[in-house]
Design a protein around this ligand. Structure first.
Ligand SMILES: [Zn+2]
Length: 178
């Protein structure tokens, strides 16, 4: 399937006035703040956004972002692949006063009229908001399965080995001195 190229920058006020759309995909690796929170940044996010002006005259961005992210389950520390289907419902606001007038079903996007916005920033912010605070497998049985196959933690192992190494060298020394 051919994916249309995404623009790097958009002018939200202008696109909303033109009832424009933003469709395409972005590599997760292109979103550095998001990628830093993931176990790996393989994969892409599919973007399907519509811009327009609603019946009350508010400029909106609505649609959906779909991706799958690799996280670590905080219950079993096993790998967790989480599908994210993020519903976007933003309204543009020029300033805080306008932001406060927006209906509750919109999330405000504070941006001066005529300003450009990097597409990666818009998408990254929405995905970061959608990430669970404490990612966990839905089913505790999945956690149990991961706990069984989990290899031992390397760090305590290293610490445990060091005193023995020291002891071994002491023994060698004492043998040598006799
Ligand atoms: Zn788990």
């Amino acid at each position: 399937m051919q994916t249309p190229p995404l623009p790097e920058k958009i002018h939200p006020w202008r696109i909303a006035a033109e009832n424009g759309v933003l469709n395409g995909t972005l590599a997760l690796a292109a979103l550095p703040r998001l990628a830093a929170t993931l176990d790996d940044a393989d994969g892409r996010v599919a973007i399907a956004l519509t811009f327009g002006i609603d019946g009350q005259g508010f400029r909106f961005i609505q649609g959906v972002l779909c991706t799958e992210v690799a996280l670590t389950c905080q219950r079993c520390l096993g790998p967790l692949r989480l599908a994210l289907n993020v519903t976007v419902s933003l309204a543009l606001a020029r300033d805080e006063a306008e932001m406060n007038r927006l209906p509750d079903d919109y999330e405000p996007l504070l941006i001066p009229e005529g300003s450009g916005l990097a597409v990666v920033d818009l998408i990254e912010d929405e995905l970061l908001l959608a990430l669970p605070q404490i990612p966990r497998h839905d089913d505790v049985r999945e956690c149990a399965a991961h706990s069984e196959v989990r290899p031992p933690e390397p760090e305590p192992d290293v610490e445990r080995r060091q005193p023995f190494a020291a002891l071994a060298s002491l023994l060698t020394d004492s043998k040598r001195s006799h």
